[in-house]
Design a protein around this ligand. Structure first.
Ligand code: M6R
Length: 590
């Protein structure tokens, strides 16, 4: 949800800032802007549109600036427009701010500031920040900034500059991610690591209630309340620059689907500590998987897997968990939070609340050093590499692999499964990357199927037990990147209502593993076929063919053709699958 960036050094700031924004564009792309300080004062350029569209209107070389801030927006308050785009200034143009998050008390602050003569130019919550700084300024930019921060409620990652002290960028964080990339004689500020990867791998991560003063040669991180300087460990980013680039693929989404074999391999490599974590989990009476979107389907698969071994568990969307399920949580509960980014607001809030109630927190996360990893008791990293496309694909396979291994070890700890069988399945998991590769080599067939069905305006996905989440994931992918209505149902539910919508030509995708419910699924497929629906079976003998696999592992494999299928539906519709309308990759607001 919005990407923010800052640069201070000796190079042309506008060029660097637009490059950084481009790498943060997955966080929001309805408008963009930069503010740079130069001898001529401050230059602010912002407009509606994607980063490249806005960049195309600016002659970066003419802006002789070495210090600036930037923003790519996902609108929360106020429609996408030039005047609502960041950065925002105070009345005098001396204080300029870009912000990611939501200032919840902005209405009160704005009313107070308006009463004192401040003039606002946008509908955003953010604009109160530069006006607050203006109001509180006496002789120090830093002091006014810090006092302003104390008045804000809600979430923020902020970068701010001032014409009065052009040699620094001030930054702050609460509940929205922010890092500083450390260079030689230059420093970078960003919402996320891909933005700084071409320039440095050394970073400082801000925690909630930290603020900082960044110059070209120094970074001081301090506590908002006390103003005391804090010691921060310099961390090294493990990703490389190539991983965050398209490398010849037309879209990040396609590249990331083709990285799914690697994602499974990496998740297995990283699973050393999982046996110990499984032992720990046996202490808890109930296990909850908590997550959002695609990650929540990985969690739901985990619930079905544990139930398969009679281990009580549940999977709850984080946006519901934090306000409802939380009332039932105590120290007998274990929470397994699942997240690619580790920055999803609802997931983090759920974890914080559950932690306050004494629950044990395990997180399954892709991004190292993310907020979720720092508030959990234990972490399992999926090491899927950077996932840039808004639609999650390879990260889902990483999550499913980690959850499956964890579930199997846990079942073994509880004595619900034979140790030899566990070893056998773990061996099978190491064969998964090859099997996924086999599916990917059928790309042309899947593409052709997508071409034929790309004019459909409704899709149904059905599955049972472990593959009901696969159906949900298949439907979500179609919805989010093709804007086509897609519904997923447990196959047995079809006849309780949705069957009424089936008629000639409606596509029904049936996830049909070779397990003890194969015949039941076949009956459900017949029910749909009898209504002249177009049936696409995913399975060993299906239309979307999958290699033979132990049914327990089928969800990891069967989702692969669904990802490719959704990708090509979007492409045949002439859409950009990497940047679906109205969405952003990291949902850091509630
Ligand atoms: O970073 P997270 O895994 O916590 O993100 C959760 C969801 O926002 C995410 O999976 C979203 O649903 C994707 N756009 C789905 O493709």
């Amino acid at each position: 949800m919005c990407g923010i960036a800052g640069y201070i050094g000796d190079r042309n700031a506008p060029e660097i800032l637009f490059d950084m924004l481009k790498r943060l564009e997955y966080r929001g792309y309805d408008s963009a802007g930069i503010a740079c300080i130069s001898d001529q004062g401050v230059t602010v350029f912002k407009d509606k549109g994607k980063v490249d569209e806005v960049r195309g209107k600016v002659d970066c070389e003419k802006i002789l600036s070495k210090t600036g801030i930037a923003h790519t927006r996902w609108a929360t308050h106020g429609e996408p427009s030039e005047y609502n785009a960041h950065p925002h200034s105070d009345c005098t143009g001396r204080f300029i701010v870009a912000h990611n998050g939501i200032i919840e008390n902005y209405k009160d602050l704005r009313a107070g500031l308006t009463g004192r003569g401040h003039k606002f130019e946008s509908e955003t919550d953010t604009e109160v920040i530069p006006h607050l700084i203006e109001e509180l300024y006496t002789e120090s930019f830093e002091a006014a900034f810090r006092e302003a921060l104390k008045k804000l409620r809600g979430s923020f990652a902020i970068v701010a500059i001032s014409t009065l002290e052009p040699d620094k960028i001030l930054i702050a964080r609460k509940d929205s991610p922010l890092i500083v990339g450390l260079g030689n004689g230059e420093n970078f500020i960003a919402s996320d690591t891909p933005a700084i990867l071409p320039n440095t791998k050394k970073i400082l991560i801000l925690d909630d209630f930290d603020y900082g003063v960044v110059t070209k040669n120094s970074v001081a991180i301090k506590d908002i309340q006390t103003g005391d300087e804090l010691k921060k460990k310099v961390q090294t980013i493990q990703w490389n620059i190539k991983q965050a680039e398209k490398e010849g693929y037309p879209h990040f989404m396609l590249k990331e689907i083709f990285e799914e074999p690697e994602a499974v391999k990496n998740a297995i490599k990283a699973l050393k500590g999982v046996e110990d974590i499984a032992k720990k989990l046996t202490r808890y009476k109930r296990i909850y998987f908590v997550a959002c979107g695609t990650a929540s389907y990985a969690g739901l698969m985990g619930k079905y897997l544990l139930e398969r071994f009679s281990i009580p568990s549940d999977a709850v969307s984080a946006s519901e968990f934090r306000y409802s399920t939380i009332n039932t949580i105590d120290s007998d509960c274990a929470i397994i939070a699942v997240s690619q980014s580790g920055e999803t607001a609802d997931t983090i809030a759920s974890v914080k609340k559950a932690k306050d109630k004494g629950a044990y927190i395990l997180s399954i996360v892709n991004v190292l050093g993310s907020t979720l990893t720092r508030i959990s008791d234990d972490n399992i990293y999926t090491y899927s590499g950077p996932e840039i496309a808004v639609a999650s694909t390879k990260a889902y396979l990483g999550q499913m692999t980690s959850i499956t291994v964890l579930g199997l070890y846990l079942a073994r700890e509880f004595g619900k499964i034979d140790g030899d069988y566990v070893n056998e399945i773990i061996d099978d998991i190491s064969n998964l990357p090859g099997k996924i590769q086999q599916i990917l080599s059928n790309e042309d067939e899947i593409k052709e199927l997508a071409r034929k069905l790309s004019d459909k305006d409704i899709f149904f996905y059905i599955g049972r037990r472990l593959n009901y989440p696969t159906a949900l994931e298949g439907a979500l992918k179609i919805k989010e990147i093709s804007y086509v209505h897609a519904e997923a149902y447990p196959a047995g539910e079809l006849k309780h209502g949705p069957l009424a919508l089936l008629e000639k030509g409606v596509p029904v995708v049936a996830i049909n593993p070779n397990d003890d419910l194969l015949e039941k699924m076949d009956s459900n497929i017949q029910e749909a076929r009898a209504r002249n629906a177009i049936i696409l079976v995913v399975g060993e003998n299906g239309d979307l063919k999958t290699p033979m696999i132990d049914p327990l592992l089928s969800p990891i494999l069967y989702v692969v053709p669904l990802h490719l299928f959704a990708y090509y539906i979007s492409v045949f519709k002439g859409l950009d699958p990497d940047k679906p309308r109205n969405l952003a990759k990291s949902v850091t607001v509630e």
